[in-house]
Design a protein around this ligand. Structure first.
Ligand SMILES: Nc1nc2c(c(=O)[nH]1)N[C@H]1C(S)=C(S)[C@@H](COP(=O)(O)O)O[C@H]1N2
Ligand SMILES: [Mo]
Length: 399
């Protein structure tokens, strides 16, 4: 009779064994380094865009440069997409470690494995739901923005913990040449953790893809995904934006539509008037009056939180100029309400530099604005998330 202890010393008969010579600490550490840089870029651009999405009352609202949000949100989404193949390659490179035997050696090892489980699952949820969000497919009932935001901190914390725990192996891996022929001890799951090899580990099989080959293939994968999506916000590359959910020039007046009038249940109203109210009075303006007052021209891009963006040139009325006629000042807070009856984006608040620079647009690229772009009147401000640039304005009021 073999004791339980002896039986547990060896993995069960059908337990997966990995004997390839490609995976190694040198490869994993290098992929990890790029992944770390990618996550940092994605995290900080995401934080900034989150702030612009719902700015804290005490902090100033940036409005300069006009393309600021376009850049940060564009980088956030492109790095997020590029992180998907890179994460998969990283997971592939350490995959055999899932099957190290014994599964758990001691409480410290259990804790380490637990923290990896948290890291991997939160990264996968974040990347997959983020990607579905870009495709505007909300296949869940919870609030995407809140979950995406808080999960990012769980990931950041788990990455720092992971770095701290693995630091000696990472440093050793980075110091080992990628092209160096791996020894048996270097290329097995146990060896990745710096352990001596038990006798049951199969010998290394020669041949197959090299470490350098994996590294180049991963680089090509990331490069191709980035190149074929960056065109959704960088128009010179629009023609190769094969994987991008949106093209920056596909839509009325050469600008994409986020939500159409039909989706928002907004129709043309011949009797339309804009209601403007403030501390010193009320104004009611017809469409003809608004168009007659529209003399200001501005080049402000539209940049959606879902990643696409497009340059656009608008004509309209200065928001602050109009609001001053009902007693607003540059320090006021303005509520913009849409004709849209329901939906999360039917109103927004404007203050600070957005109030001073914002435009109530009647024309886009010299044409009367289309119903889908917010006819008869829409808000557009520089360096501001698309979602806050309310379309089909019905009412403006000073808070
Ligand atoms: N009333 C209203 N305004 C809205 C929206 C909306 O759903 N309803 N969508 C916003 C979003 S998410 C974006 S990205 C921009 C896009 O403007 P566009 O459709 O003219 O390109 O409009 C914003 N304004
Ligand atoms: Mo958007």
């Amino acid at each position: 009779m073999t004791s339980l202890r002896e039986r547990l010393a060896k993995p069960p008969p059908l337990w997966p064994m990995f004997s390839g010579a490609v995976r190694s600490a040198a490869l994993t550490a290098r992929i990890g380094r790029i992944l770390g840089i990618g996550f940092a870029l994605c995290f900080f651009t995401g934080l900034f865009s989150h702030y612009q999405y719902g700015p804290a009352g005490w902090a100033p609202v940036p409005a300069d440069p006009a393309w600021g949000f376009r850049l940060t949100q564009g980088v956030h989404v492109i790095t997020g997409i590029a992180l998907i193949p890179l994460t998969l390659v990283k997971l592939w490179s350490v995959f055999p470690r899932l099957f190290t035997w014994p599964l758990v050696r001691n409480w410290k090892h259990a804790l380490e494995r637990g923290s990896i489980a948290v890291l991997v699952s939160s990264v996968l949820v974040e990347l997959v739901t983020g990607f579905l969000n870009i495709l505007t497919w909300y296949a869940w009932h919870w609030n995407f923005v809140q979950v995406h935001f808080w999960l990012a901190f769980v990931i950041a914390g788990s990455i720092l913990l992971h770095l701290a725990v693995q630091w000696p192996i990472i440093i050793r891996g980075l110091r080992t040449r990628l092209s160096k022929r791996p020894s048996a001890a270097e290329s097995t799951p146990g060896a990745l953790g710096g352990l001596a090899l038990p006798a049951w580990v199969p010998p290394v099989k020669p041949g197959g893809i090299t470490r350098r080959g994996v590294f180049l293939a991963a680089g090509a994968g990331v490069g191709i995904t980035a190149l074929t999506t960056v065109g959704q916000s960088f128009s010179p590359l629009e023609s190769v934006a094969l994987l991008a959910p949106r093209r920056p020039s596909a839509g009325p007046s050469g600008v994409p539509i986020n939500r159409t009038a039909l989706e928002a249940k907004v129709t043309r109203d011949p009797g339309y008037t804009l209601l403007v109210s403030g501390p010193t009075g009320q104004l009611s303006l017809t469409e003809a009056q608004l168009v007659a007052m529209a003399t200001m021209e501005r080049d402000y891009p539209i940049a959606c939180v879902e990643g696409w963006s497009a340059s656009a040139s608008w004509t309209g009325l200065g928001l602050l100029d109009l609001m001053k006629r009902v007693g607003a000042t540059a320090d006021s807070m303005i509520t913009v309400k849409s004709l849209q009856k329901d939906g999360p984006f039917r109103s927004s608040l404007v203050r600070d530099d957005h109030l001073r620079t914002g435009l109530l647009a009647t024309h886009l690229h010299g044409e009367r604005i289309s119903l889908d772009h917010g006819y008869p009147l829409r808000l557009i401000a520089p360096d501001r998330a698309g979602v806050l640039n309310t379309k089909w304005i019905a009412e403006l009021s000073v808070q």
